[in-house]
Ligand binder design. Structure first.
Ligand code: ZN
Ligand code: ZN
Length: 170
């Protein structure tokens, strides 16, 4: 998966007239050191920042994430109902896609040439340039189904199989 080097990212931001303030650099560093396949919501990022001793309000985190997505540094994802998640953006519009368990919110990433080709074809057929193509597939894990999803499961019930089902990274 292609990603920005610190130098190429800085050049790109300067070219677009954006500045990487110390606060944005701190946030970028957190995303750069996340384990592969992790995504953060504004709340989760805010918790990490506060734990690191940063004095930053949740509303500033929301705003900064949005700006950094606009800058092309982060990729904004609609994974769970009602709130956005973020991950590092890559210069390549052909990125990975997501399977999301609606019970556990666990997220599995996958790549698909077929989906990318459809995205490119659709965009180009209309004369547009593809920037990003994301497919989110909502699933229920087998354990949740067995437990009687959705009638009897409390909202905070989480399966333990999702991590083991994670496909091998290629
Ligand atoms: Zn992802
Ligand atoms: Zn699940």
């Amino acid at each position: 998966m292609a990603s920005h080097t610190p130098a190429s990212l800085k050049a790109l931001l300067n070219q677009r007239g954006f500045r990487l303030t110390p606060q944005r650099q701190t946030i970028l560093h957190i995303f750069q050191t996340l384990p592969q396949g992790n995504h953060l919501s504004a709340e989760e990022l805010h918790n990490i920042l506060v734990a690191q001793g940063e004095r930053i309000s949740l509303s500033t985190v929301y705003r900064t994430l949005h700006v950094m997505a606009f800058m092309g540094v982060l990729r904004e994802l609609e994974l769970a109902e009602g709130h956005k998640h973020y991950e590092l953006n890559s210069p390549d519009p052909h990125q990975h896609h997501h399977l999301v368990c609606v019970q556990c919110n666990r997220t599995l990433e996958f790549e698909s040439d077929l989906i990318d080709r459809i995205g490119t074809k659709q965009a180009e057929a209309e004369g547009y340039h593809l920037l990003d193509c994301q497919l989110t597939i909502y699933i229920v894990c087998p354990d949740a189904m067995q437990q009687g999803w959705s009638h009897s499961l409390p909202r905070d019930w989480v399966c333990n199989r999702m991590m083991q089902m994670r496909p091998d990274p290629e």
